[in-house]
Design a protein around this ligand. Structure first.
Ligand SMILES: Cc1ncc(COP(=O)(O)O)c(C=O)c1O
Length: 398
């Protein structure tokens, strides 16, 4: 059956594909250690789960308003004030089935055929696809490993044109873990105002920063920049709520209204029960967030030390998220048994799956073929065992 041009233009999310493959192999009894996943291995905090259960028991199981219930939108408003120093009204907030749907809705209502949207590389896999689905053109702005992959104003300036409609910033960044410092955010905000483009600020990992580095929302740097910024947030990573599917976008209300109208014709609204869970997560005790962050930090330091000790591997210390993005290009051109050579990150990923029974995500999927993305959403013992396997397999290449 002939598929639409749109359907033919997209590739499936590679991270989800690799995670599915790892789960499948594990179900078949194969001992796989997966560094590929993109979700916390913790449970949703008890008080939030209970709120979800209560919602079911009390019959809160029907359609809600498309933008989400007022109580949830008000909870997002309160959260943005409490954590980010941002003032929004309810009408400036939409809640969605994950921030991924929020970002998708935004792309659909903001971008048009001749628009260019700047995406810093390495990037989260869904940005270019969402921009293309909106018929706009993704324009890539490389960041630099020597600068810790932290986006600079000049990286944007290099590719800015009169057709630039928006720049997507993602700090802390998936896959590099880079966090843009406030001074540079300031410079980027000034550029956005000067050159009149929108900012899409994906803050899904805002609670996960380390080594005293603090997350700052670019929208909080002044009224002028706030007026042209969309802040996307999520309960997924902060509250270990990936499966509940609840995220939000805050920004200028005409655009939010268009997103609500669009959503009313796609998913209608986020799941009612998840909305109640999210209210409890956002407004309830925040200690579980800190506890998860501390555990991720312990794992990050351990993983970094282990990975940097593998000959041939280098890795900039990630300042946020739960990913590391080691450079493995020293292994390209090396021989696997029977003379075949490793040609790039996808090849090395396949080799590690076969030889080490370890899954990672190839950097090429994030726009950087020199790297692999490893997540540390598992206990320290497994991280150690997995890296042992990786080191052994890499050591066999000659
Ligand atoms: C950078 C980034 N943004 C957004 C999302 C979407 O998260 P969710 O739809 O669960 O809120 C993810 C998920 O992996 C992500 O890594």
């Amino acid at each position: 059956m002939p598929l639409s041009r749109r359907a033919r233009s997209i590739s499936p999310s590679s991270t989800l594909a690799i995670t599915t493959l790892a789960k499948q192999m594990q179900a078949e009894g194969i001992d796989i250690i997966s560094f590929a996943g993109g979700e916390p291995d913790f449970d949703t905090p008890g008080h939030a789960r209970e709120a979800g259960i209560r919602a079911i028991q009390e019959g809160f199981t029907r359609y809600t308003a498309s933008a989400g219930i007022e109580k949830l939108r008000d909870s997002v408003v309160a959260k943005l004030k409490r954590d980010n120093g941002l003032e929004y009204t309810r009408e400036e907030v939409i809640t969605c089935a994950g921030s991924k749907q929020g970002l998708y809705n935004l792309a659909m209502v903001l971008f048009d055929k001749r628009d260019e949207v700047i995406i810093p590389t390495p990037y989260w896999v869904s940005y270019p696809e969402q921009v293309r689905l909106a018929d706009a053109t993704p324009v890539f702005a490389p960041t630099h490993e020597e600068e810790g992959f932290r986006l600079k104003r000049r990286d944007i300036e290099r590719v800015l044109t009169r057709r630039t409609k928006a720049v997507i910033i993602n700090s802390p960044c998936n896959p590099t873990g880079a966090v843009i410092d406030t001074e540079e955010l300031m410079a980027i905000a000034e550029l956005a105002v000067e050159r009149d483009f929108y900012l899409v600020s994906d803050e899904a990992y805002e609670t996960l920063t380390y080594d005293g580095v603090k997350h700052v929302s670019i929208a909080s740097l002044g009224e002028e920049v706030k007026a042209r910024t969309f802040v996307a947030g999520s309960t997924s990573k902060a509250y270990a709520m990936t499966g509940w599917r609840l995220g939000y976008v805050a920004g200028p209300k005409e655009v939010i209204k268009a997103m609500i109208d669009l959503q009313s014709h796609s998913t209608s609204a986020p799941t009612s029960v998840s909305q109640m869970t999210a209210v409890a997560a956002l407004l309830g005790p925040q200690e579980p967030v800190g506890a998860m962050r501390r555990e991720f930090d312990r794992r990050r330091r351990y993983l970094l030390e282990r990975i940097q000790s593998i000959p041939g591997v280098t890795c900039i210390p990630p300042q946020g998220t739960f990913y590391a993005f080691p450079n493995v290009s020293a292994f390209y051109g090396k021989k696997i048994a029977r003379g075949r050579k490793i040609s790039g990150s996808a090849d090395l990923t396949a080799y590690l799956l076969r030889e080490a029974r370890v899954t990672v995500v190839p950097g090429v999927d994030f726009g950087s073929d020199k790297h692999l993305r490893l997540s540390y959403c598992m206990n320290i013992k497994l991280i150690g065992e997995g890296l042992e396997r990786v080191a052994r397999a890499l050591g066999q290449l000659s």
